[in-house]
Design a protein around this ligand. Sequence first.
Ligand code: RIB
Ligand code: CA
Length: 312
Amino acid sequence: MSHQVILDCDPGHDDAVAMLLALGSPSIDLLGVTTVAGNQTLAKVTRNALSVLALSGHAGAGVGVYPGCARPLVRELAVAEDIHGESGLDGVELPVPTAAPRDEHAVDFIVRTVMKRPPGTVTLVPTGPLTNIALAVRREPRLAGRVREVVLMGGGYQRGNTTAVAEFNIRTDPEAAHIVVNEDWPVTMVGLDLTHQALATPAVEREIAGIGSPVSDFVVGLLGFFRQAYQRQQGFADPPVHDPCTIAYLLDPGVLTTRRAPLDVELRGELTAGMTVADLRGPEPENCRSQVAVCLDRERFWSLVVSALRAL
Ligand code: RIB
Ligand code: CA
């Protein structure tokens, strides 16, 4: 099954791997990349997205990058320089972009693209703060009834990373996340519960390095920096490569298990703002438009990533 995807991202080491997974997988029709301030400023993440497209060569040619919001809806932007570095993609030499950002704002691109295609054909894959997605569905409420699904990297029903209970993408813009999870559209939350299983072990790095291409060398450079950052900042031996888990789920739904659960986002708590609250009590509800990702088939996941990198 092919998927028509808009990837809304903040590259970001793992966003870059998500882009390459999408670009190297024939069943993903990447309609466009929209960027949002998060891991770094809007200007930096937009340049980074353009660099990754340039690196991908033919696969990325013609894919537009549409800059979106430069700050969260309400709160101040706090970038993740401790994890992604000053450029947002530290650890590698960034390819010179071969295209400029498109003139159309991300929100307008998302609305125009979804509304011009048949209902149920476009999947939104946000892997950064949800600012653009929230504004798009407020700009055009009919989006909720036309989008096939929102598969987002963010949140977690057990723990956080930016605070004890809040994950970075959600904590950066809790108000946007609250809008997104409360709209009447299907939401799959690929949170830390899942993505902390997507560890780039030395064996994974060796397999990617064995491809021996400019793309795989770039990813190995990214993972090396990512590993050091996660060791230093969060005590991980191997870095969790969060964002490509969303694309992998589209490519092979069996790559992860899910559980339907009502979702919401805490806005008011002094200690809990940005916490994603999944109600996992009792039996799994039959009719629930949201689900959370639970268990990752690591081998299937990395096999998808390596195959895509080989193809580029
Ligand atoms: O908490 C991890 C998430 O925040 C990932 O999407 C990473 O790229 C950052 O955006
Ligand atoms: Ca991201």
